[in-house]
Design a protein around this ligand. Structure first.
Ligand code: APR
Length: 280
């Protein structure tokens, strides 16, 4: 779709038009889809940015290929690279960004239908987004279990193992299987909840995609589930997926934190957003 194609819903494909659409009360059900790019300014590397991304910095683990560190079949053979990395990934030491607070602000204004996140850092929850509005499509460190008998494993023993870079083993008699946090590895299926909730974007009247390369299915298919008349806003340093292909797509190709500040300002919410984030 080229710039000349008139947009059906927004009138024109600009940030101001998205803000006007929100101020006119036409975006009562906003679905947000996020990836690691919304946490980089918190100090957590994303995966695929050249140089700074996690996959560009795993040489010390001498993996056959970078994503092996999150591959279930490789983990079975050699769980140590993951446990070496887990210490750096483990949530708790990071502060939510203003982008996380923006999502919380949408909820405070009664506009957030659902947040689909690929992140395992739990920063959305720390920013105040209620649990029932968050779908952690790639799981999280909140729980851990044996990959063979599925028995759950105590959190305190997991934290000890991660601190000491040890590989925890199942405590069930006669099992001794490997224990893994319930983050979704390549080769594992997403939580059942994802397949139930994945149709929610059809009910949305605005879709905001932030900080993701949209390179991992089935999450990457979520923005396509929005109706054609639903405006879709991408806030990301680069164009990704099919964002920009529809008449009501708006691309804000810049840093998430500056993009959400611009949108908040256009909505008249900037002061409220800044003070919300200051309290986080
Ligand atoms: N502002 C805006 N965009 C950013 C920023 C930022 N501060 N930092 C990074 N980005 C962009 C990058 O340009 C890239 O397009 O965010 C995107 C991050 O993409 P990835 O590193 O691929 O992260 P993500 O999309 O979350 O990865 C998806 O891959 O490894 C698996 O399961 C893992 O959930 C992860 C999935």
């Amino acid at each position: 779709v080229d710039e000349k194609t008139p947009s059906v819903t927004l009138g024109n494909r600009s940030l101001e038009a998205v803000a006007q659409y929100i101020k006119d009360g036409r975006a009562g059900r906003i679905v947000v889809m996020t990836g690691a790019g919304i946490s980089t300014s918190a100090g957590i590397p994303d995966f695929r940015s050249p140089d700074t991304g996690l996959y560009a910095n795993l040489a010390r683990l001498n993996l056959p290929y970078a994503e092996a560190v999150f591959d279930i079949s490789y983990f079975r053979k050699n769980p140590l690279p993951f446990y070496t990395l887990a210490q750096e990934l483990y949530p708790g030491a990071y502060r939510p960004t203003i982008t996380h607070s923006f999502i919380y602000l949408l909820h405070k204004k009664g506009l957030l239908l659902k947040l689909f996140t690929q992140n395992i850092d739990c920063l959305e929850r720390e920013a105040g987004v209620p649990d029932d509005l968050i779908l952690e499509a790639h799981g999280s460190f909140a729980r851990q279990s044996c990959i063979d008998c599925k028995a759950s494993f105590p959190a305190d023993l997991m934290q000890k193992a991660i601190r000491e870079k040890e590989v925890p083993k199942c405590l069930q008699k006669g099992c001794r299987g490997l224990v893994k946090p319930e983050i979704v590895f390549f080769g594992e299926s997403l939580p059942q909840e994802f397949f139930v909730q994945q149709w929610l974007p059809e009910e949305a009247d605005l879709c905001i995609v932030m900080g993701t390369s949209l390179s991992v299915a089935p999450f990457s298919g979520l923005p396509e589930k929005c109706r054609e008349v639903t405006p879709r806003l991408l806030i990301n340093s680069e164009q990704v997926g099919a964002m920009g292909s529809r008449a009501d797509d708006v691309l804000l190709l810049e840093d998430c934190d500056s993009g959400v500040r611009k949108l908040a300002e256009a909505c008249g919410w900037l002061e409220e957003l800044e003070s919300l984030w200051a309290e986080t």
